[in-house]
Design a protein around this ligand. Structure first.
Ligand code: CO
Length: 133
């Protein structure tokens, strides 16, 4: 499987505070903001070259991001690896006994299809697999 680091996701509790740092203090350009209804989040991509930084803002109390922040506080949430075929990647990992959060690809940001791998199988890191549109 070929995989490329696509972005790093940061769970944000207070978007204004996050923007005051990433956009205003660091001077990063926020190049895209998008709602991802399947995860009840609004994502803000900060341009730092390739890979990007993705600021994740919960849009509902039931959002996985809201739950994450409740449990662990804001901060580093996931890293995303871009693969050619996310369904094939899921099948291959499953065959090796890797624990997956998503057994089927689901819609992510920017028209992508994504699936999360459980941290129990990755050494404690939430890994998102992404097939670009
Ligand atoms: Co992400």
């Amino acid at each position: 499987m070929k995989a490329v680091l696509d972005h790093i996701g940061i769970a944000v509790k207070d978007l204004d505070a996050a923007l005051a740092f990433y956009r205003d203090a660091l001077g990063l350009e926020i190049e895209g903001t998008e709602d991802v209804p399947s995860q009840q989040v609004r994502v803000h991509f900060a341009s730092v070259g390739d890979p990007k930084i993705e600021l994740l803002e919960a849009t509902a109390p039931t959002s996985p991001i809201a739950k994450y922040i409740e449990k662990r506080g804001p901060g580093l949430h996931h890293i995303t690896l871009r693969v050619d075929d996310v369904a094939a990647a899921i099948a291959s990992l499953k065959a090796r006994g890797v624990r997956l959060i998503d057994e089927q690809p689901r819609p992510g940001a920017e028209g992508s299809m994504i699936a999360f791998v459980h941290p129990a199988s990755t050494g404690g890191v939430l890994i998102e697999l992404k097939q670009a549109h």
